[in-house]
Design a protein around this ligand. Structure first.
Ligand SMILES: Cc1ncc(COP(=O)(O)O)c(C=O)c1O
Length: 252
């Protein structure tokens, strides 16, 4: 079962219907979610928690992007409002190194014990070498300072991306403007979405266009380019104008 996502979080009517229909678990990404970049408002966080409590539904809050806020106020997790059991998942993938495949969960003992069994059944355990390296890294580096640096950089890249899209894309295209994370979502007018043609037309290798009613751009590829802002801007200008040409020809 899926629930529609609105600008400020899930559609609460649909969520309640799903819970009434017997959903036992709700998985969500309330911060700068992948792929839309949407974040839940404070009101929706509280309302979702109230529904989870009312219907006694387990909540899995996946939060790999929460640390990457460039602007606005930090939001409390949905879990922090829940009285029913919940699982909060964090990751070092977006703030340290994805290759280590190391993250963490915050949950109660009973669920934790079951998760350990499930983890053992799936891969025995996370590489101890990778864990030791990450531990050493955390002991000998200031992770907060590092996150500050990448937030600054990603924030500037996000600004640049939004600016380029607004400048070069046709007016019919709307975008989300997330306050953090790695993604933004662009929507074209209803009824015109031959995305595969868009992909072949645009000749762009870096962003990703999965088929669907809307298109989405993975900024991570662009974020990860270690290049100066000037070169990045030049590159984004080229990418944006290629997209714009492709989109304009599709909208004819
Ligand atoms: C919503 C979401 N959850 C989890 C992950 C993966 O996290 P990890 O690298 O820790 O497996 C991603 C990665 O792209 C993601 O977008």
């Amino acid at each position: 079962m899926t629930v529609s996502l609105e600008d400020d979080g899930p559609n609460l009517v649909e969520l309640e219907v799903a819970f009434k229909d017997g959903a036992k678990c709700f998985y969500a990404v309330p911060n700068f979610q992948n792929p839309s970049g949407v974040s839940y408002s404070l009101e929706k966080r509280q309302a979702v928690a109230a529904l989870l409590d009312k219907y006694d539904v387990l909540f899995i809050e996946d939060d790999p992007y929460g640390e990457l806020r460039f602007m606005g106020e930090d939001m409390p997790s949905v879990c922090s409002f829940c009285k029913t059991p919940s699982i909060l998942c964090g990751s070092f993938s977006k703030i340290a190194a994805p290759g280590f495949r190391i993250g963490w969960v915050v949950t109660e003992k009973e669920i934790y014990d079951k998760l350990v069994i499930a983890k053992q059944a799936s891969d025995l355990h996370t590489s101890t070498v990778a864990q030791a390296i990450m531990r050493r890294y955390l002991e000998t580096n200031d992770i907060e300072a590092h996150v500050g640096l990448i937030k600054d950089r990603y924030g500037r890249q996000r600004e640049c991306m939004v600016e380029m899209i607004k400048k070069y894309f046709p007016g019919e295209v709307t975008i989300t403007e997330p306050e953090g994370g790695m993604f933004l979502w662009a929507t074209l007018p209803e009824g015109r979405h031959p995305w595969i043609s868009l992909m072949s037309l645009s000749r762009i290798r870096s962003p990703l266009f999965p088929a669907g009613r809307s298109m989405w751009m993975v900024l991570a590829r662009i974020h990860s380019v270690s290049t100066s802002p000037i070169r990045m801007k030049r590159r984004l200008r080229k990418v944006s104008s290629d997209w714009a040409t492709a989109i304009k020809s599709l909208l004819k």
